[in-house]
Design a protein around this ligand. Structure first.
Ligand code: SF4
Length: 326
């Protein structure tokens, strides 16, 4: 049986995804150039793993023999913020929205495998088409391919912005030998950034550069999650209550004004650490078991106990020097 792009989208919705678009495996020259320039400028900081397989990252046809199409998938994770409850006696650090519930990789893996199962079932037992998939850690310029597949456009803050969900979306991708009709990226043009620069001005560490470029070495998400060593004082003082990740450039974006709360209960606080971490509890973790008791099954394992404790110490210092967060 031959599957159409429309049918693939219906199967993606039935599998639990909020967004689905299709594009070809062809190289996107502008994205490729942008990626290599970014690496050359060392904007990736200490994320040396981004240098590995850089050619495959920029050319999905190298990821699977006879690859023809890329199916781009999106899942809304938005949940609203509440006020930080810190007092003089108890200081809390804020966790980025994407990390408050269960590790999204696990949920998206389940949904993607479900989608591939449904596609294969419709293709029938004699079909020999192949599928390989990734969720954000794979060698893939996923935002560029999501834009080309019509899921949204890449804003000045480098996030993919969708008309319906704003930028609060996780992305996943399936590279396949199926020859599918590509979507038209122009169909989702919804105004782009135009003269807006709210995110550029709001970023406390000046990490957003021209041409949709992020200098990770200044980005609070990178500093609190990926950087293994001490955070330079000039950036630490700008972190405020952020103990893991940062949503500032997304919070100020007008396209996020229409964000809708995710329907995925596993992104809720019951399945992870929630919106705030008690800094005293983090600093008091005596060993790795205690660290895993707090973070296992969530994205917060990434910075290791030392990184999370370092962040907690900064949040305490920031609170004590500016308790009203002015
Ligand atoms: S805040 Fe403004 S400039 Fe930044 S991504 Fe959103 S629309 Fe674009």
């Amino acid at each position: 049986m031959k599957l159409t792009t429309d049918r693939i989208k219906k199967l993606a919705t039935a599998s639990g995804f909020d967004l689905c678009g299709v594009t070809s495996v062809e190289i996107i020259p502008e994205a490729r150039r942008h990626f290599y320039d970014w690496l050359e400028q060392n904007y990736h900081g200490q994320m040396a793993w981004l240098e590995r397989h850089s050619e495959r990252r920029a050319d999905p046809s190298l990821l699977l023999d006879n690859a023809r199409s890329v199916i781009m998938l999106g899942l809304n994770y938005y949940r609203p913020d509440t006020e930080n409850p810190s007092t003089d006696g108890k200081i809390f650090g804020r966790v980025s929205r994407y990390a408050r519930g269960k590790d999204y990789h696990k949920l998206i893996r389940r949904l993607t495998e479900e989608l591939i199962y449904r596609i294969k079932k419709e293709l029938g037992p004699t079909a020999s088409d192949e599928f390989k998939w990734w969720v954000d850690y794979g060698p893939f310029l996923e935002r560029a391919y999501a834009e080309k597949a019509g899921l949204g456009y890449i804003g000045k803050n480098s996030m993919l912005i969708n008309r319906q969900f704003g930028s609060w979306i996780f992305l996943a991708e399936i590279v396949t030998t199926l020859a599918l009709e590509p979507d038209d990226p122009k169909a989702v043009n919804h105004g782009r950034c135009a003269s807006c620069r709210l995110c550029v001005d709001a970023c406390p560490t000046g990490a957003i550069l021209p041409d949709r470029t992020i200098d990770s070495r200044r980005c609070i998400s990178y500093l609190t999650i990926e950087r293994p060593t001490e955070i330079p004082d000039e950036f630490a003082r700008k972190m405020g209550d952020l103990i893991f990740g940062c949503d500032i450039c997304q919070e100020v974006c007008p396209h996020n004004g229409r964000a809708v709360v995710t329907s995925q209960k596993e992104f809720g606080p019951k399945y992870g650490v929630g919106e705030f971490l008690d800094t005293e509890q983090v600093i008091g973790m005596a060993n790795r078991d205690e660290f895993l008791k707090l973070t296992a099954g969530t994205p917060l394992t990434r910075p290791q106990p030392e990184g999370l404790k370092r962040n907690a110490r900064i949040v305490i210092e920031n609170f004590n020097s500016n308790p009203r967060r002015e």
